[in-house]
Structures are given as C-alpha cells and as structure tokens.
Design a protein around this ligand. Structure first.
Ligand code: FAD
Length: 535
C-alpha cells in the first residue's frame, strides 16, 4: 500500500513546466517529487530495416526532437531544484515498478486520448488504485475535454467544424489563470535501483547522428516553443490578419505559418496558453480574421479532430469506421514507394516528399497536394498507406490530426468534393514560378530553366543536357499522366460514391471486392502505359 509522502509526475506528452496541471498537483504538499519519462522501445528502438533512419514507428528527426525536448525539460526542472528521471522499458511495467519502489501517495499524468495511451493508462490506473495510490490525470493537451463535447452532442462527436464550434463554445481556459512558473519544486526522493539515467543521446539509443545530412531545422523543447510562439505573436498584425488558405506552401526559409505543430504535438507548448495569447491580440486589434481561417481557427481544427477521433471507433481505419467511405483503393507498393521516396517524376510532389523526409514538416497545402496525389488525385493508393508514411516521418505526427486529415484529403470523410483535384504542375507554380523550393529540395533540378522546372520531361534534350539532368536517367519520368490519371480517379470516385449511397453506407467486403474488380478491368495498366511523350 502507498504510505509515502511523495508524488510521481509521469511525462509522456506535456513536456513542459508552464501550464502543466499534472505537475502542479504532483508538487503540491509532496515531500518528494519524482519526474519520470519512460523510453518506450515500442516507439524508440532503432530499426535498421526501416525505409529511412529511425525506428519502425518514427523517423530519426522526431526522435531527435523528442530527445531535445527531454533535455530542455530536464534543464528547466534542474533550475527548480529537480531533474528528469529517465527509465527504459514497457511503460506500464516500468511505472508499476516505480510505484512499488518509491511508495508514493500520488501518480499524476496528463490525460491522453490516443488509443495506445488509453490502453496503457487503463493498466497503470488499475494497479495504482488497487495499491491505494491516488491518480490525478487532467485534460490539458487540448482546450476542451473531448468527452464533454461528445456528451453535450448526445453521445456522438460533431462531424462538421461549424457544429463543433457551436457545441464547444468557449473553453474554460479562456478565463482561468494558468500557472506559468514555479519558484522551486520538491526534491527528488531516493530513486533506488530502477536504472534511472540521464536523457540519452541519439547514439546511445543506437542511431547514427549524421551531421552532414540535411535534417530538420526545428529544435525541440519548451524553451524553443515559447521563443517561437513569442516571435509569431510579436507581429500582432500578422496574427490578426492570418488567413490559412492564403499562405505560400513553397516558403521554406521563412514558413508562412507558425510551425508550432511539433511543439503542440509533444506538449512543449500549452495549447491553452497559445489560445490566451491569441485572445489578447484579438481583443486589442481593430479587426481580425475568424475561424475557420484565423490562427485561432487552426487551433480549433486541432480540437475538432481530437474530438471526432476520440468518439469514433476505428478512426484510423477504413474498415469498421462508420464515418469513412468504403473505397476500393489499390495497395500498389511500387507506386507507394515512388511517392514516398520523392520519385514520382513530378518535381512539385517530389520536393514536398523530400522536405518531409529531410525536415519532417511541410506547409499544410503542400500536405494537401501530396495526399491528394497519392489517393483520389492520381495514384488511387489507400490513404492508410500514405498516413503511415506521414505518421512515421512528421515531427508533428499526431494520431487524431493525421488520420482526420488523411480521410479529409482522400474524400473518405469530412470533405466530399472529389472533382476538385490539385494539379501537380500548376498549383505550385502559382506560388513559386522560379521553382526555388524545388531547386532546394531536389538539387538534381537546380539548373533546369524556369519554364521546365515543373515539367522537366518537356525540356528538349539539349536543355536537359545543359542542365545536367536527363529525365529518365538523373530524374524520373512522370509515373502517370496527370490529366488521364486524375480523370480515371474521378470516375472511380464517382462509381464508389454511387455505391456507398445505394448501400446507405453499409458496404461489405464483397461489394468492395466486386467494385475493385470492375474498376480494375479498364484501369491500372492503361494509366501506367500512358506516359507523356518524352523528347
Ligand atoms: P499553423 O497554421 O500555424 O496552425 C497552428 C496550429 O493549429 C498547428 O500547429 C496545429 O496544431 C493546428 N492546425 C493547423 N492546421 C490544422 C489542421 N488542418 N488540422 C488540425 N490541426 C491543425 N498536423 C499535425 O499537427 N500533425 C499531423 O500529423 C498532421 N498530419 C496532416 C496530414 C495531412 C494529410 C494534412 C493535409 C494535414 C496534416 N496536419 C497535421 C495539419 C496541418 O497541416 C499542420 O497542423 C500544420 O501544417 C502545422 O503547421 P503550423 O504549426 O505552422 O500550423
């Protein structure tokens, strides 16, 4: 039984000191405080067979970002007379051992809606309560508690952004005072023999830190998050006039949006503090933009997806997901690999995928373009396969937001205008006619004249030779002809929507198999053979 006067604060997301109610409660009236982070092999074990450096679930960029965030948290805790205790192993087992060894009275951790944590927390809570340890698990990763919104909506999550806004109203954090700092924290108690270590380096985790290779320019941690937030909100006019679809997706030296997503993902930045900062600016502004396009509106998209994800069984699958249209996607591994590796032959698409591989972050509209291309736009590959690539490589990879947006972009849910397809040629050109973005991420095309940069296969051979880039040798030929591929995709989507309508959404495996067979008869080989004529 718990007899001690210590508390554990178990960090998972919420890697911050500011506005952290679990930390606040754990430190109150405790003689000792044990701040713990568990290195989970499920996420962190290096996988030499993965398609890029990293573990099977995460690219090395996100692992580095996490380690930087932990280092920063440790340093912020040290300033308050504490430190981070890093342990390794299956988190459930490790936490049970901690509770047994330290005999604490309280276990505090931020509530997490992701299925992985729901299952894990169930086990840990079960053990803790049977041992008389008090559990405190507040909702502080989001502005709203998704359960309350679902309850207010009669037990189902609202499925449109507008209905979400109406039901959600104002979050309670709008008026509450957030605890942003401490003068000190209780000391660490005796840690015993649990194998507590310092925050490991990438090398200590078995990764090779290739300093020569271009990697993400975004550094992890609470200090960096607050710096980045302050920089964004110091330009009050920019915040007041922020209008999402108007940003330039090709701007990479100075991105058109805040790039706060990885900090929100790991909880290095409190979304509630971000919300309060925005409200202060709006109050003083003569006029400002509104949701869905405003910066506050972006934060509310995050809330929307968290709520729908939490209230929808099998949210991350097409099968058994009642809000997801059943579509006979193909699972062509060759097409998927070409897309994933930035080898589709469309420079705009390939540059975005290389930015993902190297940086782990791309602008929202760039994500739109590549997700549309892979699914309903050109290749008709299953959204779950694209989702997996994003999930592994993004530094802001977020279970609810990523799945929600993939369903959106593939017209599987939320958005249904499948005739609106992004052109892999003209869309990027609008923003970046010189192709600076392409030249940076695809240096093989750096000397291609501007008039051919989006369609290098149309350049005469003499031009390709001069640019030291022969299409088909140095850079791939386009894998599909966009005009006909997109037409085919629209036809397939049309037939599929008609079937979903006819069956009232109840499309079985057999129906899907039949439709796939029917569509395939006049499809795949035709698209592959229709390559554009090359010089
Ligand atoms: P800003 O425009 O500055 O917005 C501020 C914050 O609002 C973001 O940090 C983010 O937390 C939130 N936000 C913005 N747009 C969205 C959106 N559409 N949905 C939900 N929240 C939003 N975002 C992730 O955080 N993780 C993901 O795994 C992810 N996967 C995506 C997959 C696809 C296919 C697409 C199209 C979008 C995805 N997004 C994801 C949403 C969006 O692209 C990013 O949140 C945004 O580009 C991050 O950049 P930012 O922080 O500069 O955004």
């Amino acid at each position: 039984m718990a007899t001690g006067s210590g508390s554990v604060i178990w960090f998972r997301k919420g890697l911050r000191v500011h506005d952290n109610p679990a930390l606040e409660y754990a430190s109150k009236g405790s003689e000792f405080l044990y701040p713990v982070f568990v290195i989970d092999p499920h996420y962190m074990e290096s996988d030499p067979y993965a398609f890029s450096p990293g573990s099977s679930r995460s690219g090395v960029n996100r692992i580095r970002f996490l380690l930087e965030s932990l280092k920063d948290l440790d340093s912020n805790l040290k300033k308050l007379g504490s430190r981070l205790l890093v342990l390794k192993g299956e988190p459930g087992e490790v936490m049970v051992r901690c509770l047994q060894e330290w005999k604490v009275k309280r276990l505090c951790f931020e509530y997490d809606t992701d299925p992985y944590y729901q299952a894990l927390d169930f086990k840990v809570k079960d053990y803790a309560s049977s041992s008389g340890v008090e559990i405190f698990s507040p909702v502080s990763h989001t502005l709203f508690n998704p359960s309350y919104i679902i309850e207010k909506n009669g037990g189902k999550p609202p499925l449109s952004y507008q209905s979400f806004l109406k039901i959600a109203g104002e979050p309670s954090c709008a008026k509450s005072e957030l605890v942003m700092s401490y003068t000190s924290l209780p000391p660490i108690g005796n840690v015993g023999n649990l194998g507590v270590s310092e925050v490991p380096t990438l090398e200590e985790l078995g990764y090779i830190d290739d300093e020569q290779a271009e990697s993400t320019p975004f550094r992890g941690g609470e200090s960096e998050a607050l710096k980045r937030l302050n920089k964004s909100i110091s330009d009050k006019a920019w915040v007041a006039n922020f209008e999402k679809p108007k940003g330039d997706p090709s701007a990479f030296l100075k991105p058109a949006t805040t790039v706060l997503s990885p900090y929100l993902k790991f909880g290095c930045l409190s979304s509630r503090y971000f919300y309060q900062c925005l409200q202060t600016i709006y109050k003083d502004a003569k006029k400002h933009t509104s949701p869905p396009v405003s910066l506050l509106g972006q934060l509310l998209w995050r809330e929307f997806f968290y709520t729908t994800a939490f209230g929808t069984p099998n949210f991350d699958k097409m099968k058994g997901n009642r809000i997801c249209k059943q579509i006979p996607w193909n699972e062509d591994q060759v097409m998927l690999a070409a897309w994933r590796d930035g080898k589709t032959g469309y420079p705009w698409i390939d540059a975005i995928m290389v930015q993902l591989l190297k940086w782990g972050w791309m602008h929202h509209l760039a994500r739109h373009c590549v997700a549309c291309f892979l699914t309903r736009g050109d290749l008709f590959v299953h959204w779950e396969q694209g989702r997996d690539v994003f999930e592994r490589l993004l530094i802001d990879s977020d279970w609810a937001i990523n799945n929600g947006n993939w369903m959106w972009l593939s017209c599987s849910s939320f958005f249904y205008q499948y005739n609106r397809i992004y052109s892999p040629i003209s869309f990027g050109k609008k923003y970046d006619p010189d192709g600076k973005y392409i030249r940076h991420f695809l240096p093989v095309l750096k000397d291609m004249p501007k008039q051919y940069i989006y369609e290098p296969w149309t350049a005469p051979l003499s031009v390709q030779t001069k640019a030291k880039c022969i299409v088909g040798k140095d850079y791939p030929k386009p894998m599909v002809l966009h005009d006909s591929a997109s037409k085919e995709c629209k036809r397939k989507m049309g037939e599929t929507y008609a079937m979903n309508k006819k069956m009232n959404g109840y499309v079985g495996d057999e129906d899907l198999r039949d439709l796939r067979r029917k569509l395939q008869n006049d499809d795949e080989s035709k698209i592959r053979n229709q390559r554009p004529k090359l010089n």
